[in-house]
Ligand binder design. Structure first.
Ligand code: DX5
Ligand code: ZN
Length: 223
């Protein structure tokens, strides 16, 4: 079965003074990526649940919430209840990832597990059957506009292999430094979902940027 790449522009690179308009500018996307940062888990602070609810109310595409926060179990179900399509928590921040996944799913969203570049996939394979998406960070979480870390690609390849051999059923998502120069390598390694912040919102025409990234990923997809 050919896989269809999904493009998820990150609102982190949008104009925060005009979020509704910025959400509507990417109506051609598959998901709208929403980066929640708490200034503790990562050295940056963005937006939280009330802003997510406001964006959710006007967004033409489903929200993909990436929680870069400590104690995600406290907040993750609220994002699901607010209508997010996918809610991702960091493996490094969870004490009981299975319980968080259960709560996210019970609240009606897909559950995602994120791994920082240095976090081995093998350390978390036991909990992944409880998740729907696996977010492989291709930069250190915290900021947009960083350079893609090609050294993380073997982790994407390994995840793809586990999915293709029936050992896991997750969408493999990559986040960080995805642009026209890097998306083909990420797609060839086996990613399904491509988060792109600066490559979409930094473009003159975000909708053209999305179409371009999607076409590149589709051409490079394996399997
Ligand atoms: C970084 C965030 C990313 C960020 C990606 O911590 O998780 O989602 O928005 O931005 P770019 O695509 O510019 O690297
Ligand atoms: Zn993100």
């Amino acid at each position: 079965m050919p896989r269809t790449p999904m493009i998820a522009p990150s609102l982190l690179s949008a104009d925060f003074a005009r979020l509704a308009e910025e959400a509507r500018r990417v109506a051609d996307a598959d998901w709208l990526h929403f980066d929640v940062m708490d200034a503790h888990f990562v050295p940056n602070l963005t937006f939280g649940l009330p802003v997510m609810q406001a964006v959710q109310a006007v967004s033409p595409v489903p929200l993909d919430c990436h929680l870069m926060i400590e104690a995600p179990e406290r907040w993750a179900p609220d994002y699901a209840e607010a209508g997010a399509r996918n809610v991702t928590v960091h493996a490094e921040a969870c004490t009981d990832p299975r319980a968080v996944a259960r709560d996210i799913r019970a609240a009606g969203a897909l559950a995602g597990l994120a791994l920082k570049p240095g976090t081995p996939l093998e350390d978390h394979l036991d909990v992944l059957p409880d998740f729907d998406t696996l977010l492989v960070m291709t930069v250190e979480p915290g900021f947009g506009g960083q350079e893609f870390m090609a050294e993380v690609l073997p982790k994407v390849r390994r995840a793809r292999e586990l999915v293709d051999t029936g050992h896991l059923t997750v969408l493999v998502e990559v986040d960080g430094g995805i642009n026209a120069d890097t998306i083909e390598a990420a797609a060839a390694a086996g990613a399904d979902v491509f988060v792109a912040g600066s490559a979409v919102y930094g473009a003159e025409d975000p909708s053209r940027a999305i179409a371009g990234l999607r076409a590149q990923a589709a051409a490079a997809l394996v399997g």
